[in-house]
Design a binder for this molecule. Structure first.
Ligand code: MG
Length: 300
């Protein structure tokens, strides 16, 4: 029996009929932000309330603490040079772990006002670092330090590779959360979890056409809506499909936005990423646990 539910024939070639969902680890409070580091063959992810980043070693399956305390890190990504990018709730910044292990803060404030609590990060087609900045890390002391928002708004920012300055690119969302770029560099996808603060706000993924360099994005549109909890973290595959977290598991949407398949997961999914030497293994963070499943596609 397949672990995947095929809702549209387009999903069938993307999954492996006899591949099972595996639970690789459990014991977190709320886990998020998986990122696969190919050079070291390991995966890191956040256990936010426990203020630690975990590490799963692909060579022997062992799990250890990568770093703790960690400023309640949330989302992660790996840049073109193989360096780990981190969204720090308590640090209220986006930072980069250098090859020598030192930490460089990439963005912490806009015009002298501190960021809210960067949530998720991705690199754009030109290598620029983009991140979302909702308030979840300052709304309470559970996942950071409770504090008022200095910016009074939650945007998606791009850090200019030349100047290092962060500039707001998406300003029409209430709580932008996960983000990902399509493999062809044409689209930025951002999940909206604003229903946590305004029940009238539909959980959705919005799609923004990417403009060259610092020009940012064009007007966004609704790409998909979620009828089971929220979309949080998401990733694109090489063929343009969008794989996303949802309250009932992992969902896959075709480039036209249609829901084409689902992988049920026994816990609420927060985030996912493609990894492994072939980038054909989907790693899934869900509430207290880390899961994985092999698929028949590759990450963008
Ligand atoms: Mg998130």
């Amino acid at each position: 029996m397949s672990a995947a539910e095929i809702l549209d024939p387009r999903f069938a070639p993307l999954v492996i009929g006899h591949a099972l969902l595996e639970r690789l680890w459990t014991g977190g409070r709320w886990v998020e932000g998986p990122a696969y580091l190919a050079a070291g063959r390991y995966l890191v992810w956040s256990d936010i309330p426990n203020d630690r980043v975990m590490r799963w070693d692909e060579t022997d399956g062992s799990v250890s603490v990568f770093r703790s305390p960690c400023n309640n890190e949330n989302g992660h990504a790996v840049d073109r040079q193989g360096r780990l990018l981190s969204c720090e709730h308590r640090g209220r910044c986006v930072s980069r772990t250098e090859h020598d292990g030192s930490r460089t803060v990439l963005a912490a404030a806009i015009d002298g006002r501190r960021l809210n609590s960067p949530n998720d990060v991705a690199t754009g087609p030109d290598g620029a670092v983009w991140f979302t900045d909702p308030t979840y890390g300052i709304d309470s002391d559970y996942e950071g330090d409770a504090a008022p928002s200095e910016l009074g708004a939650c945007h998606v920012y791009r850090i200019d590779p030349a100047t290092g300055a962060a500039q707001a690119m998406v300003t029409d969302m209430l709580r932008p959360n996960g983000l990902a770029f399509s493999a062809d560099g044409a689209w930025l996808y951002v999940s909206e979890t604003g229903a946590t603060h305004d029940p009238a706000r539909m959980p959705e993924i919005r799609a923004y056409p990417l403009l060259p360099g610092a020009a940012g994005v064009g007007p966004g549109r609704r790409f998909a809506t979620c009828d089971a909890g929220f979309f949080d973290g998401l990733r694109c595959d090489a063929a343009g499909n969008v794989w996303t977290s949802a309250g009932d598991g992992v969902r896959c949407h075709a480039p036209d936005g249609a829901l084409i398949g689902r992988i049920p997961v026994p816990e609420m999914v927060s985030n996912l990423c493609f990894g492994g030497p072939k980038r054909n293994r989907l790693f899934i963070t869900a509430h207290t646990s880390l899961y994985a499943i092999y698929v028949n596609t590759r990450g963008a």
